[in-house]
Design a protein around this ligand. Structure first.
Ligand code: PMP
Length: 375
């Protein structure tokens, strides 16, 4: 099998799964129980929470656990909208966001909010002139991902914050860091709110977090016994402990791992440049882990299923918006065909050089076959 869909989800590292199993067996007590078993579980919860805070350079009180990035994005956008609506009713988002952000925006529009979409340059990054135009005194929140999940375009978060704050110094900045954390060096403290998901960093599915700067107040989206607890309910200790371990391992040797991935990315690009009709949708801002191409003459679904016959797995734009055109590619090139025929190849430091060769062989075989059928 050649798995090149690491941006859709990652396998769980064996040592992370070990932690999950161990905690499930040995720490089954509810961390909220008063007896010994509960106390033991609570101590482990506190220590995993401290580990995550230390790894991210934040305080233990500055984040909450969620079920993943979708929930973190909901908590951030709904939480800000409901807590700060007396200061304004406008929210700015980019055209590079995950469908979960747009889903919340649609809901908020029905609640009377105005959503402003900021344009993207040909290089796949935020257009600062447009950002300056869109952030007004009524804008309470800007939400821009750290890395786009389709093209891998990385956004300059520090500069975005400076630009938006010039127009409105109270405007809150959220970033969906799902595709950035554990791949490239990025700091959650560059923004006020940051989304992270466990299953994109070789951790288990069903766990994520939302970083929240201590000066912010979020309106809750869930309600339990303690109204100040944004994430009520029994803490999923095995998920939390194994997520902490996955995060630690993901951040270890991050630059070295990025260089390995860059080598693979360059090898694939050099090979695909031999095909004059295959477009490579990239710019100097794209991280090497995500490589987006357009087949132009071949339907992406047909090609994905052809590769599948060789047990080679890639995506058409993202797993979450299958069958639709790639908004991120359209934003860069304003070309319908190019944005409707995209394939996303997503790479890992765990990818073996032999897998790249197998992928390229399978690509050549099926591409030539399918193009031959069209002639
Ligand atoms: N945001 C981004 C940028 C993503 O890539 C994804 C996953 N495709 C999500 C959010 C949703 O993540 P989760 O599955 O953890 O809810």
């Amino acid at each position: 099998m050649v798995y090149l869909d690491y941006s859709a989800t990652t396998p769980v590292l064996p040592e992370v799964l070990d932690s999950y199993n161990k905690v499930t067996e040995e720490f089954f007590g509810n961390p909220n129980s008063l007896h010994n078993l509960g106390v033991k579980s609570n101590e482990l919860l506190m220590s995993a929470t401290k580990q995550i805070a230390d790894l991210l350079g934040i305080s233990e009180r500055e984040f909450v656990y969620t079920s993943g990035a979708t929930m973190s994005n909901n908590m951030a956008l709904l939480g800000v909208a409901n807590a700060y609506r007396r200061y304004g009713n406008r929210i700015v988002v980019s055209r590079l966001e995950h469908p979960s952000i747009y889903g919340i925006c649609k809901y908020l529009e029905k609640q009377g909010f105005v959503i402003d979409y900021v344009d993207v340059t040909e290089e796949g990054v935020i257009d600062f002139d447009d950002l300056k135009r869109k952030v007004t005194k009524d804008t309470i929140l800007v939400s821009i991902c750290a890395v786009n999940s389709e093209t891998g375009a990385r956004q300059p978060l520090k500069t975005i914050r400076q630009v938006m704050r010039k127009n409105n110094e109270n405007c809150i900045f959220h970033s969906d860091m799902t595709q950035a954390i554990g791949k490239v060096n990025v700091s959650v403290t560059d923004v006020d709110l940051a989304t992270i998901s466990g299953h994109k960093i070789y951790g288990p599915k069903g766990i994520g977090m939302l970083y929240k700067n201590k000066n912010l107040v979020l309106a809750p989206i869930l309600f339990g016994s303690n109204e100040l607890d944004l994430s009520p309910g029994t803490p999923p200790l095995p998920l939390i402990v194994s997520f902490a371990k996955a995060l630690r391992l993901a951040l270890k040797d991050i630059s070295k791992k990025e260089e390995i991935v860059r080598g693979y990315n360059e090898k694939i690009i050099a090979h695909l440049r031999e095909f004059p009709n295959v477009k490579i949708n990239t710019s100097k801002y794209c991280i090497p882990h995500i490589l987006n191409i357009s087949l132009m003459d071949i339907k992406p679904e047909t090609f994905i299923h052809a590769l599948e016959m060789d047990e080679v797995y890639v995506s058409s734009n993202t797993a979450c918006s299958k069958g639709k055109k790639s908004e991120a590619v359209y934003a860069m090139y304003k070309d319908d065909m190019r944005s409707e025929t995209t394939i996303r190849i997503s790479l890992s430091y765990m990818t073996m050089p032999s897998e790249i060769t197998e992928f390229l062989n399978s690509f050549d075989k099926h591409y030539n076959e399918l193009i031959g059928l069209k002639k």
